[in-house]
Design a protein around this ligand. Structure first.
Ligand SMILES: [Mn+2]
Length: 429
């Protein structure tokens, strides 16, 4: 297996930190032992946990006002795969990359080869009918899968089928559809007819889905359409999954809701009715900000994972949610942001595993609101960093990924090899 960062550099970085990490792990182990929790069992689960990195995440993002490119940005999908390999090498928690077509269009054989150099696989395929690709005959300015024009809808369906075909060669097992369709003015669109056209188009895509694939649809309440979107919320998303078929599921992007929406409750509902497909993790303060996961509201991320762990332990039917990051890095080195975000997602998972569920069920039964909420807080407040560090170390990664990355000089090195390009395909999905 090839390594993007010199192995001896990572080993040196770990050497300086191993003793302290082991002491912290032992102390946490003692503390958890008093609570009746075996730390090694939690460690095992964290070690087995993975999050996919989106190819577009390693490019610098931007806003509609400007984009400020960083040094050594990936020029194409092959540079992006190398950056993803850095994240996997140091965190050991991102074994797959999620591709976006057409941004990552390339010979599938070469793509597979490039990823296998680093032992990386491919996660869900992402289609794009929210912008016009080069040489595309019909425009998506007024929509794609729900467009009033049948030929435009057909073109969008065919693009999604092409994504499936590429994904089949890469070993992907899912297609994620997010559309920009909607309207900017009241009266512009007939809500019911647009949704009818959308459902018909999604069913046409679903008909081409291989038996061992899943279809994920992603809702978003606004943007790029500002008055209405066709797939605006989880209710509509649930209807789509139910109407489309058994292998159609809802994808929850944490940034695609109105402020104050109780996302963990949506997660619970989708689990209860067997339609939770997966996540796009990120964080937000005002809207679809695409900030780093856990950077604004780590408690909400924990509460989402509390629902996931609850379902995992209860053996919920058909429960195997896909985990992916979907963020826009405007002012940080994307590799650093992604490595920290992976850790935030793992942290939420590890902390959720610490919830005393038996006690919680008792407090819920007795209507003891104070103790019920304290039960969650006790788990959330536990510093699980030694577990995350040990998981990375045991699997050959870095105890402190940011320190190891900065010491490696990777960004400086690629800045010299990759001349700046006009567009690295960084975007917000
Ligand atoms: Mn998303």
């Amino acid at each position: 297996m090839e390594a993007m960062i010199a192995e001896d550099g990572v080993a040196k970085s770990n050497q300086n930190r191993e003793k302290a990490m082991r002491a912290d792990y032992a102390a946490l182990g003692e503390q958890l032992d008093r609570r009746g929790i075996a730390i090694d069992a939690i460690l095992k689960k964290v070690e087995a946990f993975g999050v996919a990195v989106p190819s577009w995440g390693v490019g610098t993002g931007g806003t509609r006002f400007a984009r400020f490119p960083g040094d050594g940005e990936p020029r194409d999908i092959f540079d992006k795969i190398e950056d993803c390999a850095v994240i996997q090498q140091l965190t050991r928690a991102t074994p797959t990359v999620s591709l976006h077509i057409p941004w990552d269009r390339a010979d599938p054989k070469r793509l597979k080869q490039a990823a296998s150099r680093f032992g990386l696989g491919f996660d869900a395929m992402n289609s794009n009918t929210f912008s016009d690709g080069a040489g595309q005959s019909l425009s998506y300015k007024f929509g794609s899968l729900s467009h009033t024009d049948a030929a435009t809808r057909r073109q969008a369906v065919e693009h999604n089928i092409e994504c499936i075909e590429i994904g089949k060669e890469l070993g992907s097992k899912a297609l994620t559809i997010w559309i920009g369709d909607g309207s900017n003015f009241p009266g512009q669109v007939n809500f019911a007819r647009a949704f009818e056209r959308y459902l018909e188009a999604v069913k046409a895509i679903y008909a081409e889905l291989p038996d061992d694939w899943r279809l994920f649809t992603e809702h978003k309440m606004y943007e790029p359409a500002f008055y209405s979107t066709v797939v605006q919320d989880w209710g509509t998303n649930y209807i789509i999954a139910r109407e489309t078929g058994e292998r159609a599921y809802c994808l929850v992007d944490l940034g695609h809701h109105a402020p104050n929406v109780n996302i963990e409750m949506i997660v619970s509902r989708l689990i209860q009715f067997g339609k939770l497909g997966g996540f796009h993790f990120n964080d937000s303060k005002y809207g679809d900000d695409d900030l780093d996961a856990g950077s604004i509201d780590p408690y909400r991320l924990f509460l989402v994972f509390n629902e996931l762990v609850n379902a995992e332990l209860a053996g919920a039917k058909d429960f195997r949610p896909a985990h992916m990051l979907d963020q826009s890095h405007n002012v940080t080195d994307p590799i650093e942001s992604l490595m920290l975000s992976v850790a935030e997602v793992q942290r939420a998972y590890a902390a959720a595993l610490l919830v005393d569920r038996e006690a919680l069920a008792g407090y819920q039964q007795d209507n003891d609101a104070l103790m019920a909420t304290q039960t969650l807080k006790t788990a959330f407040r536990t510093d699980v960093e030694p577990i995350l560090a040990m998981a990375r170390f045991n699997r050959g990664g870095a105890i402190d990924p940011i320190a190891a990355y900065r010491a490696s000089g990777y960004r400086r090195k690629v800045a010299g090899e990759r001349p700046a390009v006009a567009s690295g395909g960084g975007g917000i999905v």
